[in-house]
Design a protein. Structure first.
Length: 405
């Protein structure tokens, strides 16, 4: 129970989290007491008000006072709240409001007298929640799992994942339930890489899969090993979030229009570019530079063709196993993020890209080309500058040395 009010809008958001059956009605009211009264049925309104009086009494008092001014529905809802289980402050408020309503001529039943009885402390509902950030440009993402702490409050598990590099970090925090609510809300509303809610077991399935592919030359984080049974123990057969998205949206073929859409998302910075291994990128960059600085007798147009051919050939090397499959998995998991944000067209396009990385040659995949062009943009810009400079030089006419008097 809060010692002071947090504001009615915030208190109602907490009620929405605690009363999920009413959350879709509470949130659209945006903290407006009269709007909320219009949206809720009488029984639901009584339950919401009772929860506030028990858990956020000061803000519950504000809501009850506003509703008590409504002579019909509002007053009856206030009268319908049962005092049993309310803290002293909540009971005193209800009795004061009953007195006010009786003075207006309403038929108000007598309040129950306090009985001195032994009561058990309230039992908190077990927590089991999860959130997923999108995959950042380097290819990493954050998975959040929230579970009840046996000693009270909650545990927050923060796991940093990478399809290629495995489990990068695992941190565990103990927190109050109110802090957990604030944390998850801010995590989903931040400007960069906002997270989406996810099935806890599906997130555990994702963590388990990535942990299984963790590089053998690097140990798993100590925190992960300690808490593996909490963060990577899904029921047998549980899909990852990406697999869940594919099951819901259906199989999506690698159609050219969908791949072009994903290439646009890559170039626009919404997805990817998830650089392949640095060594392979460096080798390709050197080849491109050598081709641009080829012999003068080879026309720059021909060298442009050589650069393009080297780039397409390099795609096969850059996206060879395991990078190709990891990239497909990233697009599949990105489809889940788009799906949960209501962007089903982009989700399907990402599923098409995942299919392309699994079924097509990289040189035939416009998404693979867009990703590499973005990563190698400085190198390709220098190559283009050298070729353009050579073309400009070839257009200059050098006057003959003799013949002038």
């Amino acid at each position: 129970m809060s010692g002071s009010g947090v504001g009615l809008a915030e208190a109602l958001e907490r009620a929405a989290g605690a009363l999920p059956a009413h959350a879709e009605i509470i949130r659209p009211a945006n903290g407006d007491p009269l709007r909320l009264l219009e949206l809720l049925e009488a029984g639901s309104a009584t339950q919401v008000l009772g929860w506030l009086l028990a858990n956020e009494p000061e803000d519950g008092a504000e809501l009850a006072s506003e509703w008590a001014r409504e002579p019909e529905a509002g007053a009856q809802i206030v009268l319908g709240v049962d005092e049993d289980g309310l803290p002293k402050a909540g009971r005193k408020l209800l009795r004061r409001l009953r007195h006010q309503l009786r003075s207006r001529g309403l038929d108000v039943p007598e309040a129950k007298r306090d009985a001195v009885v032994a009561t058990l402390p309230p039992v908190e509902e077990p927590l089991d929640e999860a959130m997923l950030s999108p995959i950042d440009p380097r290819g990493t993402r954050v998975a959040i799992l929230v579970a009840s702490n046996p000693s009270g409050g909650a545990r927050i598990f923060e796991i940093v994942l990478d399809e290629l590099r495995g489990v990068l970090e695992t941190r565990v925090y103990n927190a109050s339930r109110s802090r957990v609510r604030r944390f998850t809300r801010s995590f989903s509303q931040r400007d960069e890489f906002p997270a989406v809610a996810a099935s806890p077991d599906e997130v555990r399935a994702l963590v388990k899969r990535i942990a299984a592919g963790h590089p053998s030359d690097r140990p798993l984080p100590r925190g992960f090993e300690e808490w593996r049974s909490h963060v990577a123990n899904p029921p047998q057969g549980t899909p990852t979030p990406g697999e869940s998205a594919r099951a819901f949206l259906g199989e999506v073929a690698a159609e050219p229009s969908l791949l072009r859409r994903v290439a646009e998302l890559v170039r626009g910075g919404s997805v990817g570019p998830w650089p392949p291994e640095p060594e392979a990128l460096h080798a390709l960059a050197e080849k491109l530079g050598e081709a641009a600085q080829g012999q003068v007798i080879v026309a720059s147009a021909r060298r442009r063709e050589q650069v393009e051919a080297l780039l397409e050939e390099g795609l096969g090397t850059l996206f060879a196993s395991p990078v190709g499959e990891s990239t497909a998995a990233r697009f599949e998991e990105t489809a889940y993020w788009f799906w949960k944000r209501g962007q089903e067209d982009d989700a399907r396009a990402c599923l098409a890209a995942a299919s392309a990385f699994r079924e097509s040659e990289p040189r035939e995949n416009p998404v693979a080309k867009a990703m590499v062009e973005l990563v190698l943009a400085p190198v390709l810009a220098k190559v283009e500058e050298e070729l353009s400079s050579e073309e400009d030089s070839s257009k200059l006419v050098t006057p003959s040395a003799g013949g002038a008097e």
